[in-house]
Design a protein around this ligand. Structure first.
Ligand SMILES: NC(=O)c1ccc[n+]([C@@H]2O[C@H](COP(=O)([O-])OP(=O)(O)OC[C@H]3O[C@@H](n4cnc5c(N)ncnc54)[C@H](O)[C@@H]3O)[C@@H](O)[C@H]2O)c1
Length: 292
């Protein structure tokens, strides 16, 4: 497999995490020289260089960035309950600022950053609200009422600032639930029983291998600026027609177009046209009749 990443040094933060470990392996297979940055010792982690440290530390990040041609920033507390509100917010926003500001000042040309579908705030909102419309897209209005979603919204602002200030091109991905096929399959079985739970995220999912593939394209695509992309599998992980799900669980929400079969109600046009991304790993689910 030849890749423009061959021989290039890529710093991956959060390299021992769910997405980071698969991304580190994928980029290494493409010939990249990966510097894996982690705050936890992990004997399974294999990379050209491993740096143990904290993404909030100026010195640790400076060490990790030595020789880097590009950066993949994934380190974060990845859920509102992953720490105290203070820790989730400050670890996420300080880490993203520290990594992008140092990479930008060093003249690193490209960064890929994990934002989240939660950057628009609705999925974790404690009020039982719905998105402003379907399909969700990068311009959807936000309604943020938790510290994790706020941190991701701020991370996207940090990406724009870093590009504006230092000219570093940044691709931010609004990932939906990313996991292994086995766990996504189990979630789909749960939605078979109780589909209402997925309405605010449009029952979207992404296989971890496809997250790594999207990151590869984020590093190699021809683009400039700081750009945010939704990425997801083309189908939902609920075994019902999308139109029937929206009729049942989001009846008052405008639909800007109709959906076919189990099509995910997220607009994936930008990722497809700018990055050339479409998911390679989709769940094979039946399309059942939805009883309401
Ligand atoms: N997995 C998902 O469903 C999902 C969905 C949307 C967005 N995201 C985002 O993608 C990124 C990766 O998520 P993941 O699922 O792999 O999470 P994860 O928790 O498995 O991995 C995150 C890694 O970051 C590390 N980390 C945390 N704080 C750190 C610090 N201060 N210094 C250095 N390392 C630190 C953790 O130890 C962990 O290994 C996160 O930014 C997350 O918010 C994930």
């Amino acid at each position: 497999m030849t890749s423009s990443l061959s021989g290039r040094r890529v710093l991956v933060t959060g390299a021992a995490g769910r997405i980071g470990s698969v991304t580190t392996r994928h980029l290494t297979e493409l010939g990249a020289l990966v510097t894996a940055f982690t705050n936890v010792q992990d004997d399974e982690l294999k990379a050209d260089r491993i740096v143990v440290g904290d993404t909030r530390s100026e010195q640790d990040v400076a060490t990790a960035l030595e020789g880097a041609d590009a950066v993949v920033h994934l380190a974060a507390l990845a859920h509102p309950g992953a720490g105290t509100p203070y820790d989730v917010y400050t670890i996420n926003v300080v880490s993203t600022f520290n990594v992008l500001a140092q990479a930008g000042a060093l003249g690193v040309e490209r960064a890929v950053v994990a934002s989240s579908i939660n950057a628009f705030g609705v999925p974790f909102n404690p009020d039982d609200i719905r998105p402003a419309y379907y399909p969700l897209d990068e311009k959807i209005p936000s309604d943020v009422a938790d510290w994790y979603s706020l941190s991701k919204q701020n991370d996207e602002n940090t990406c724009r600032m870093a590009w504006r200030r230092w000219g570093i091109d940044v691709v931010a991905f609004r990932f939906p639930h990313v996991n292994t096929a086995e766990i996504l399959q189990r979630q789909a079985e749960g939605y078979g029983e109780k589909p209402a739970g997925g309405v605010r995220e449009g029952w979207a999912y992404l296989d971890t291998r496809d997250a790594a593939y999207a990151i590869e394209l984020g590093l190699t695509a021809t683009l400039s600026g700081a750009q945010t992309f939704f990425v997801a599998a083309g189908s939902t992980n609920a075994p019902y027609e999308t139109e029937a799900l929206l009729d049942a669980f989001a009846p008052g929400v405008p639909r800007l177009r109709r959906f076919t079969g189990r099509e995910v109600p997220i607009d994936l046009t930008a990722a497809r046209t700018v990055l050339g991304f479409s998911a390679r790993h989709e769940l094979d689910l039946p399309t059942n009749h939805l009883e309401t």
